[in-house]
Write a protein that binds this ligand. Sequence first.
Ligand code: NDP
Length: 314
Amino acid sequence: MTEIHNVLIIGSGPAGYTAALYAARANLKPLMITGVEQGGQLMTTTDVENYPGYPKGILGPEMMEDFRKQAERFGTEMIWGNVTAVDLSKRPFKVSTQDGQTFEAKALIISTGASAKYLGLESEKKYLGHGVSACATCDGAFFKNKNVYLVGGGDTAMEEAQFLTRFANTVTVVHRRDSLRASKIMQDRAKANPKIQWLWNSSVTEVLGQDQPHKQVTGLKIKNVQTGQPTQVPADGLFLGIGHEPNSHLFKGQLEMNAVGYIITKDKSTYTSVPGVFACGDVQDPIYRQAVTAAGSGCMAAIDAERWLETQAD
Ligand code: NDP
């Protein structure tokens, strides 16, 4: 007979590892299916300086390794791989992975995160974490007195441009149209900021950089989308503010989500629309999206799952 796990955790960023740590310490012997990008978005960051407890900062991948070890120390079983299907229609819930294995669990914690959207350029990938970033809150402080560019025209872009002006000399917003999608108040604030400059009807076509003495961005190729006119500008960094996508496609039609796919959690808890299924971290958070808030919600999910399991007869 297949073993029925108490708690199965899908996804391994700060939310998933923290849920695993708490569930393991509650003696629930959690099983975690890590995803193939084990560790999540922090694996593509370099220094993390805003996670409390690391006064000197830490590399994103190292921090995730610490999280993993701590969760394993208390008995979390980890399986590397991607979940390809879930059945939440009856309990125990069924979870299948890419290699054809199926697992059953009384409670499920979803911590599949979100992915920042990128332009899809090879050169953007090459300099990711070396001048290219999709998180101003995380990386803005590394651009003191630098000249940076930011792509996007929505609220995220306005907020991030404003934030970046705390550090950078100039922040040039590159937008593919001649009007912004952002709310009026955010637009007005950004437009009143003397450090923010604007490049309308434009798109970044290539990130330029150097590998020596260390890998860094040195410039951008930009095209005017109306005239086709290419230009090349010196730049110290490129930020993407073109939105995020929650990794929730597996649960479509099975869990309540908002219009853009964020899983809805109830009344400031991690309860989803299906009893026994809990969600934490960026897959249910379009607002804060920080490692520390994700970890906090992971802790909440483990506690919610533990208390919910106690209410269920064996
Ligand atoms: P949005 O989808 O609102 O905006 C994305 C922006 O990026 C648009 O201007 C879009 O251009 C541009 N864009 C998308 N893809 C590309 C691409 N491939 N190349 C170039 N440009 C591209 O996403 P946001 O993350 O800004 O906002 C998401 C939601 O979160 C919104 O509802 C927003 O209001 C909310 N939010 C609220 C905040 C607040 O109130 N403090 C802060 C941040 C977000 P185009 O306009 O041409 O489509």
